[in-house]
Design a protein. Structure first.
Length: 532
């Protein structure tokens, strides 16, 4: 049974721990509470005490293993991992951490054992690339082995193609390797990590010209690596294994994969302690688990001169926002725009934070600066955001052409169709045309309840209560805390003569509405003659 299954099926403390001292029980309970609260450091400390009282308890070891990974207590990680391995319940990523330790210490026998365990588990698709880089085979044999895996599963092919390209460069076959890199980039045009790794190896082969060509473009991270390229790097097991692990970590990103991302990033940092890409991925995964203090600590460790410094500063804004630190997030976003290298995306992020703060006129200025910096090739979303900010600032006449421009640039984007359609309804535009837009948007995203609400509202404003009501009831069932949906549902119930249900829906809307909307809805309830 893997660790996930062990945690899922073991809701008890453990018989030996239950017989331990009250102090140890308190430590365990406090650790569980800290864990639930996203306090990784506190959780790891409590689990360490509980594990000291019951050193063979695999249930505690599972929890201490995950908490220690989040907290960065690698001694506790190793201690917990060894307990889980001895009990034969170690999770799949434990082998990744064992591999990182073996690579760091140069223990080839341990490297071989760790890769064999990886090959026998759910991360088996990594094994050929890890083996190729680990030094278990010669470079030419490693490339041949990766050639054989290209025709296997789609995910195996994905990793084999990239690592075959990098290994070919490492072998000295620069032109062949570069051609493979370009092929891989054609399959994944956003392959910034692959560009950087290939450029570092090319510079190590004294081909700075080719390296700089790979790093060309407007991306500030790539430009930073171009400036810091120097003599590049020489291929090594540590270099290759680290990049395989981080490639997978970058491919993940969902909340339910955050524990694996944390393990991969910690393993990478165990091999390359100065790897800032690992820090960024680790910070993102920690934030997904609400370990905001640890996430921000990771970002603070990124050197101000690192090529990843700007990415770290940008990521910090998002983590502060998610942590509920709105003022700090806004201040961090402002700081990004004060830098002389600020680009459109920085002003766009500032606009987003100003919208959240309901400072709409300032958001208008931020989005306008973003649009100005983006120039003629500005994406549709900037027109949409500027138009939306103007609309929320009460400048409908100025907003309309920008919203129409967004739809013209992106006629198949439901979010653009929804905003323009709903705004036209609210501002006395052509309701029939708006409903047509909203019908298209809803057809493209039938599960989007906000679009469903907009479409229902359009039907209602056309006088078609019968069509509006079931759509709004479905939307309210899916998002019972949505103030706008409940407000609309109350209006439609009222028009349909269902007065009690109307008041109930309005009361539900008040619970989550902002102050202005709450006052408006309360006034509707107060003016209801049926209450008197």
């Amino acid at each position: 049974m893997g660790a996930a299954g062990l945690v899922a099926t073991s809701c008890f403390i453990g018989p030996a721990l239950a017989a331990s001292s009250p102090t140890d029980l308190v430590a365990y309970v406090r650790a569980r509470a800290a864990d639930a609260d996203g306090n990784a450091a506190g959780a790891a400390s409590g689990y360490a005490r509980a594990l000291a009282a019951e050193p063979d308890n695999a249930v505690i070891a599972v929890r201490s293993y995950r908490a220690a990974l989040a907290a960065g207590d690698m001694a506790l990680v190793t201690r917990s991992r060894l307990i889980l391995e001895a009990a034969r319940v170690a999770p799949a990523d434990a082998a990744v951490l064992a591999l990182a330790e073996a690579v760091r210490t140069g223990d080839q026998n341990a490297v071989g054992r760790a890769i064999s365990r990886i090959a026998a588990g759910p991360l088996d698709f990594l094994a050929p690339s890890l083996a190729a880089w680990s030094g278990l085979r010669t470079s030419s044999t490693a490339i041949d082995a990766l050639n054989e895996t290209v025709g296997t599963s789609a995910i195996g092919k994905h990793y084999s193609i990239e690592n075959r390209a990098l290994l070919t460069i490492a072998k000295g076959r620069v032109e062949d390797g570069l051609a493979m890199v370009r092929l891989a980039l054609g399959l994944d045009r956003g392959g910034v990590d692959l560009r950087i790794a290939a450029a570092q190896l090319l510079a190590g082969q004294s081909r700075q010209d080719l390296a700089l060509d790979l790093l060309a473009g407007d991306d500030r991270t790539l430009a930073g690596f171009g400036q810091a390229l120097g003599k590049g790097v020489q291929p090594s097991p540590g270099f290759g294994v680290t990049r395989v692990l981080l490639r997978l970590a970058a491919d993940l990103g969902e909340d339910d994969t955050a524990p694996l991302t944390i393990s991969l990033a910690r393993a990478a940092l165990g091999i390359e302690p100065d790897n800032d890409r690992a820090r960024l991925l680790l910070a993102g995964a920690l934030a997904q688990q609400n370990s905001f203090a640890q996430a921000l600590k990771m970002l603070a460790e990124v050197n101000a001169n690192s090529p990843y410094a700007t990415m770290a500063a940008t990521q910090r804004v998002g983590i502060l926002e998610k942590a509920g630190k709105a003022e700090q997030a806004l201040a961090a976003a402002i700081a990004l725009t004060l830098d002389e290298t600020a680009v459109a995306a920085d002003f766009q992020m500032l606009g987003d934070q100003l919208i959240l703060a309901e400072r709409f006129s300032e958001a208008v200025r931020a989005y306008q600066q973003a649009l100005d910096r983006a120039g003629v090739g500005a994406p549709w979303v900037l027109y949409l955001q500027l138009g939306a900010a103007l609309e929320q600032d009460g400048q409908w006449a100025a907003a309309l052409p920008l919203l129409e421009k967004a739809v013209a640039l992106a006629p198949d984007q439901p979010v653009a169709l929804n905003y323009l359609g709903y705004a036209q309804i609210e501002h006395g535009g052509d309701i029939a045309a708006a409903v047509r837009m909203l019908t298209r948007a809803s057809a493209m995203k039938p599960d989007d309840l906000s679009i469903l609400d907009s479409l229902a509202w359009g039907y209602f404003r056309q006088g078609d209560v019968a069509r509006a009501l079931p759509l709004l009831e479905r939307a309210a069932e899916g998002e019972p805390a949505n103030a706008t949906i409940n407000d609309h549902l109350g209006d439609v119930y009222w028009a349909n003569g269902r007065l009690y249900e109307a008041r109930y829906a309005w009361q539900a809307a008040i619970v989550t509405a902002n102050k202005a909307d709450s006052d408006r809805i309360a006034a509707k309830i107060a003016s209801d003659p049926a209450r008197n």
